[in-house]
Ligand binder design. Structure first.
Ligand SMILES: NC(=O)c1ccc[n+]([C@@H]2O[C@H](COP(=O)([O-])OP(=O)(O)OC[C@H]3O[C@@H](n4cnc5c(N)ncnc54)[C@H](O)[C@@H]3O)[C@@H](O)[C@H]2O)c1
Ligand SMILES: [Zn+2]
Length: 361
């Protein structure tokens, strides 16, 4: 079993990565926490819940399983309230822990409940999608959506531990693997050319879900995220580089009502946009942009947003919650592993690049 340490002072924790490791969660919980609210979805629990609950049973830990419906629409205050009710009825106390077994939807909702119930109880993340393993389960961001916008209500709440069982990826639909790969490619761009080259080299193996290759991909991604989060827990500086590709991605997701693209797919388009803007401003080379586009295409990802309206996309970037004082903070690329934040990208440059992406160029 591999470990990645997330260094956050008294909130530090470990990410455990390996195959068939869910039965170890019971040992981790035993003696530390009194009761467990296990939040999951039916298909995930059916496929992967047993070794987890066997491990809890072996330690005689008291738990209750709360299923939430599938889909982004579950990430709302009503579902959170249902979970609070379950927690109260089950007698969850301050020394209890919420376990999130699932993708980013389960992780964000269960994490939000853990952050707010009794002003905060423990949280253990068991991410089961590639996106959740490399991104959403690490870093402590939790949230639910509001009818007027995504992730608008939330809290920072670091988990006590993250257990990444690589076996969970075996049952994941192909599209969800691709979505996770969007974030994985991002890590190569923002912080590690060697990792980017590894992804280029091993693209085929990754798509075949070769266990050893995926193990490295997940571990390296977690290391990079842990490093960034360790430097800047509350996103006041460095952590913003994790938003590479996200300014346009959020606009594309909003304009397609979160129905057409999975998050990582939108990030792929967004990264191409950010890289092209960087090139247009003379910050990076056309060859670097080409390399990113080529890798994304090898992973079978769409890299344009054909048919969307560039003007509308541009307007939406100003509504992003990351926009501060009316300025859109673009994460621009200079080289692999070398990015910068810029609050003054000229509107005509952004519109030109968006225009190209909307015409499928
Ligand atoms: N907190 C953060 O830092 C952060 C970062 C990125 C994304 N997010 C959030 O994450 C969410 C998206 O997460 P996601 O992409 O994991 O989507 P998701 O949680 O909806 O999971 C995608 C689908 O895969 C299914 N699934 C999950 N694990 C499976 C498995 N092992 N086998 C088979 N099917 C499985 C789920 O039931 C679901 O149908 C969004 O709400 C986004 O806002 C949060
Ligand atoms: Zn993302």
């Amino acid at each position: 079993m591999d470990k990645v340490f997330v260094n956050l002072g008294s909130s530090s924790y470990e990410i455990f990565i390996g195959e068939n490791i869910l039965s170890n969660v019971g040992k981790f919980v035993a003696g530390k926490f009194t009761k467990i609210l296990l939040v999951t979805q039916k298909n995930i629990f059916d496929a992967h819940g047993k070794s987890l609950t066997d491990g809890l049973d072996a330690e005689k830990i008291s738990y209750t399983v709360a299923m939430i419906p599938d889909g982004e629409t579950s990430k709302n205050l009503r579902e959170a309230e249902n979970l609070y009710t379950r927690a109260i009825e089950f007698g969850l106390d301050r020394k209890s822990v919420v376990i999130a077994l699932g993708g980013g939807v389960v992780g964000d909702l269960a994490g939000f409940v853990a952050a707010t119930f009794l002003r905060g109880v423990g949280l253990i993340q068991i991410p089961t999608t590639l996106l959740a393993q490399v991104d959403s389960s690490v870093g402590g961001k939790t949230a639910v959506n509001h009818a007027l916008g995504k992730n608008l209500i939330g809290a920072f709440h670091q988990p006590k531990a993250v257990f990444i069982d690589l076996n969970c990826l075996a049952t994941l639909p192909e599209r969800e693997i691709k979505s996770g790969l969007g974030e994985v490619v991002k890590y190569g761009v923002i912080s590690d050319e060697k990792f980017f080259a590894y992804l280029e080299d091993k693209a085929e193996k990754i798509l075949q879900r070769d266990a050893e290759t995926l193990a490295h991909v997940v571990k390296r991604s977690c290391e990079i995220k842990a490093e960034v989060v360790g430097e800047d827990e509350r996103e006041s500086g460095l952590r913003r580089i994790l938003n590479f590709g996200h300014t346009l991605a959020h606009a594309v997701e909003e304009q397609t009502r979160y129905e057409k693209f999975r998050h990582g797919e939108a990030v792929a388009i967004g990264m191409v946009g950010a890289a092209r803007i960087s090139c247009e401003l003379g910050k990076t080379s056309a060859a670097n942009v080409e390399r990113i586009e080529k890798l994304l295409k090898r992973f079978g990802m769409v890299t344009t947003c054909d048919g969307l309206d560039a003007e509308k996309l541009f307007a939406v970037t100003f509504r992003d919650k990351k926009t501060v004082g009316g300025k859109v903070n673009w994460v621009l690329m200079k080289n692999f592993g070398d990015v910068e934040i810029s609050g003054d990208v000229p509107a005509q440059v952004v519109k030109k690049i968006f225009g190209g992406l909307c015409r499928d160029e």
